[in-house]
Design a protein around this ligand. Structure first.
Ligand SMILES: [Zn+2]
Length: 341
């Protein structure tokens, strides 16, 4: 029996050195120490030994079992440790490598346009004013000299909440609000969303952004209007940009004009961009109608002023050569990414 135990000891020592995985180790444990294991078989045969040999052999067998168990434990620790080392190696990070740059985004082309326009008017001393998108019919139409039969007041052109409230169709109500709260001199611009009941196509959107400006003081003339707007288009579109004022009709200004600028693409020669005309329509303007001043409590005998307005999307489309207004609202990153600076 002593030889048997020795044989087990040797065999076990050889085999345990080969073991590389925890499962193999468990199999080895079962092979020697399990219910039907080699050592267990021997212990079971103990009863057949002469009575006087049993304590010695029993002690020896226990010693072998303890030894085997200890070796298994040790091997288990070794395997775990090497697994951990492998894991550390495989997950090793070189902290000296340059990091991945976080994408922080960039402004939308409409936002870029708004910022540029604000910069230009700030440089000319204009103050930025703000107003609500839900307006009263009074501020949106009546105060601006648009009579009840004016076509733009029609239900099919304007989003009404009820008889007295609507989604503003232009930013002009901000001019009304400014005139109501502030005495001249006034030099302000406002930029914001406006809403009209238009079907969405390449050049129209039921929601768009407008920029309007207003100057009121004693002795303001059409000359001031022309000078200011000529300076504005030169700062925005380039020093060689010429402006042409064409007579137009708006209810809130008299006289009124639309402004065309030299096509910045062909410099006036005519191209696809300006439909061959060499000029691009950019804004509407005029001298504030005396009825508008009077409605807002400003003495139209003492004060005069001018106002102007333009579509932000239109300016953005011109500046960045975008041929469909819908690109500005869809926020497809394949489009917006092109404006990263
Ligand atoms: Zn052109």
């Amino acid at each position: 029996m002593k030889e048997q135990l020795n044989a087990i000891r040797i065999k076990f020592s050889q085999e345990i050195d080969e073991v590389q995985e925890l499962q193999e180790l468990e199999n080895l444990r079962i092979e020697f120490l399990g219910k039907n294991g080699a050592l267990t078989e021997i212990l079971r045969g103990m009863g057949k030994l002469p009575k006087e040999d049993r304590p010695i052999m029993g002690a020896l067998a226990n010693e072998v079992r303890d030894e085997l168990e200890a070796k298994i434990e040790r091997r288990k620790e070794e395997i775990k440790e090497s697994l951990l080392e492998e894991k550390i190696k495989s997950e090793w990070i070189d902290i000296t490598l340059p990091g991945k740059k976080a994408s922080i985004g960039h402004p939308h082309p409409s936002t870029l346009t708004i910022r540029e326009i604000i910069d230009v008017f700030h440089s000319m001393g204009f103050v930025l004013e703000d107003g609500p998108e839900i307006e009263t019919v009074l501020n949106n139409f009546d105060a601006l000299n648009s009579p009840p039969d004016h076509p733009s007041r029609d239900m099919s052109d304007t989003f009404y909440f009820d008889e007295k409230h609507l989604l503003r169709t232009h930013t002009s109500p901000v001019q009304v609000r400014t005139m109501m709260k502030q005495k001249p001199p006034i030099r302000m611009i406002s930029i914001g969303r406006c809403f009209r009941n238009d079907a969405l196509d390449a050049t129209h959107s039921p929601m768009f952004t407008q920029c309007e400006g207003l100057v009121i003081d004693e002795g303001i003339t059409m000359g001031d209007l022309k000078g200011t707007l000529e300076q504005f288009v030169r700062l925005l579109f380039g020093a060689d940009t010429e402006s042409v004022f064409r007579p137009h009709n708006f209810p809130f200004t008299e006289p009124s004009a639309e402004v065309d600028i030299t096509c910045f693409k062909c410099k006036g020669a005519g191209c696809r961009f300006c439909s061959g005309s060499g000029a691009i329509e950019i804004l509407g303007c005029g001298m504030v109608h005396p009825a508008v001043l009077e409605h807002c409590g400003i003495d139209s005998e003492k004060y005069t002023g001018f106002a102007f307005g333009m579509g932000i999307e239109r300016v953005a489309m011109l500046r960045y050569e975008i041929d469909d207004i819908r690109y500005l609202f869809e926020n497809d990153q394949r489009f917006t990414r092109q404006f990263r600076r």
